[in-house]
Design a binder for this molecule. Structure first.
Ligand code: UGA
Length: 457
């Protein structure tokens, strides 16, 4: 099939590359000339395992090309995908201006029947408005359909996720549009949820909100485990092996971040209030997520006191999760800001995200190290803030020889508590009992409205 993909961010670029890899002829479009130039040379604008190889291979095979012109990109296409960003606006709702602009341009250049598909995460009702905008901007009478085809890929494993999808969701109002979409996806052999536009839009937000709820749920269980002297990792495994629950997204930690969960949960909450409904559970999900950070930093204050002046803290991880260079809404960055704000000098290492982080954290009282062990040299404590796999395999004897104080704060529960404690460290994880924390655990946590405000609701 001939396809056009507008927007070359995570969803658009990975989508265009994988569609081409399936044998389709794909044109990727982006207004950013510089970005297009770089992609054509195999320089990916994002770090994503396996992506550049697929892009280069498909450019070579003439299945994948790029342009800055929507008119050129969509000319021959049977399907035009809208994959532009929908960032969070001040109200918590998604900012859809890029989607509206693209829809307008599509309308101006539409000359024959195409299915215009929104892959960007957009609130319920958006596709109907896309249809209206296209109609208003048509230069001649031409038939078209709109469809909603949300994407469920995760950063860091997006290539894998798109190849091995659990399901494909397609919302459309006509059989003609559904048939075109079947041609693209039937070969995957996984279920296609064929539905109306609004249900498809809701599926995307509901899925992200449910996953965020799972994380906040296990994070609250973690709080109880700490106090009741149980181990949240064991509890999560024991729960997750029940197939009705599942083990995924039950890793307790310092909270979820990234460009999706915080914004999508806030946007769904906004949709609920717009519909005159107060989604109480979702409000708590956001609040709990913020409190995980607060509780983690509280442990540091409990251990060292609230003034960290003169302390050097070695931190591992800046990205919002492992296997990505993305630092958007990264909890790690927020925790580092707070520790630095308490007077600490920070030494930090991330395998991919240091350059991006430096742009927001600057160079004051912070040193960006070349590897994990340099971070530890002379530090008063070690912090694990992002779940990079390589941090799991730390040589504890080496860590011990480098750190000034044998204290580890593990915000992602990456290390084995028994091993770490046997090696002589004081180990603060999330949802695992640590001796001496009684006082902190007894402390009342106040749920302030500021917490919610920070989450954009
Ligand atoms: C998320 C969804 O998982 C994708 O299905 C969706 O397509 C994507 O948003 C999107 O809407 O575009 P992503 O944000 O890339 O994907 O990352 P996740 O792997 O979901 O992780 C999100 C955050 O949750 C990270 O900060 C991670 O550290 C945290 N997390 C994840 C936990 O704290 N515990 C877990 O058990 C899992």
């Amino acid at each position: 099939m001939k396809l056009c993909v507008i927007g070359t961010g995570y969803v658009g670029l990975v989508g265009a590359a994988i569609f081409a890899d399936w044998g389709n002829e794909v044109v990727g479009v982006d207004i950013d000339e510089n970005k297009i130039k770089k992609i054509k040379n195999g320089e990916m604008p994002i770090y994503e395992p396996g992506l550049s190889e697929i892009v280069l291979e498909n450019i070579k095979e003439n299945r994948l090309s790029f342009t800055t012109s929507i008119a050129d990109g969509m000319r021959e296409a049977e399907i035009v995908f809208i994959c532009v960003g929908t960032p969070q606006s001040d109200t918590g709702a998604a900012d859809l201006s890029a989607v509206w602009n693209v829809a307008k341009e599509i309308g101006q250049h539409l000359k024959d029947y195409k299915v215009i598909v929104t892959k960007s995460t957009v609130p319920v009702g958006t596709n109907e408005k896309v249809r209206e905008i296209i109609k208003e901007n048509l230069k001649e009478k031409v038939e078209f359909d709109v469809a909603s085809n949300p994407e469920f890929l995760r950063e860091g494993s997006s290539v894998e996720d798109m190849r091995n999808t659990d399901r494909t969701v397609v919302g459309a109002d006509t059989q003609r549009a559904h048939q075109v979409m079947h041609k693209l996806y039937d070969h995957l052999g996984t279920p296609i949820v064929e539905c109306d536009l609004r249900s498809a839009e809701m599926i995307k937000y509901s899925s992200n909100a449910f996953l965020a709820t799972k994380i906040s749920f296990i994070n609250e269980i973690a709080q109880i485990c700490e106090r009741a002297q149980a181990d949240v990792t064991v509890v999560a495994r024991g729960m997750g092996l029940d197939r009705r629950i599942g083990t995924a997204f039950l890793n307790a930690g310092i909270g979820y971040g990234g460009s999706c969960f915080p914004k999508d949960v806030a946007a769904l909450y906004k949709t609920s209030t717009d519909q005159a409904y107060d989604f109480k559970l979702l409000r708590s999900v956001m609040e709990v997520n913020k409190l995980q950070q607060v509780n983690f930093v509280d442990k540091v204050k409990k251990h060292f006191g609230s003034n960290l002046t003169g302390k050097t803290l070695g931190c591992l991880g800046l990205a919002f999760k492992g296997d990505t260079d993305d630092i958007r809404e990264s909890v790690s960055i927020e925790v580092i800001r707070q520790l630095r704000g308490l007077g600490a000098y920070i030494k930090v290492y991330d395998p991919q995200a240091s350059t991006n982080a430096r742009a927001v954290l600057g160079d004051t009282a912070i040193e960006y190290c070349e590897d994990e062990y340099s971070v530890m040299k002379g530090s008063d404590a070690l912090f694990i803030l992002t779940e990079w796999k390589q941090f799991k395999g730390l040589d504890l004897e080496k860590v011990k020889s480098l750190l000034k104080n044998h204290v580890i704060f593990d915000g992602r529960n990456l290390l084995d508590k028994t091993d770490v404690e046997k090696s002589g460290f004081t180990y603060y994880a999330v949802g695992k009992y640590t001796k001496g924390l009684k006082e902190l655990q007894d402390k009342k946590v106040t749920h302030t409205s500021a917490v919610l405000k920070n989450n954009g609701s």
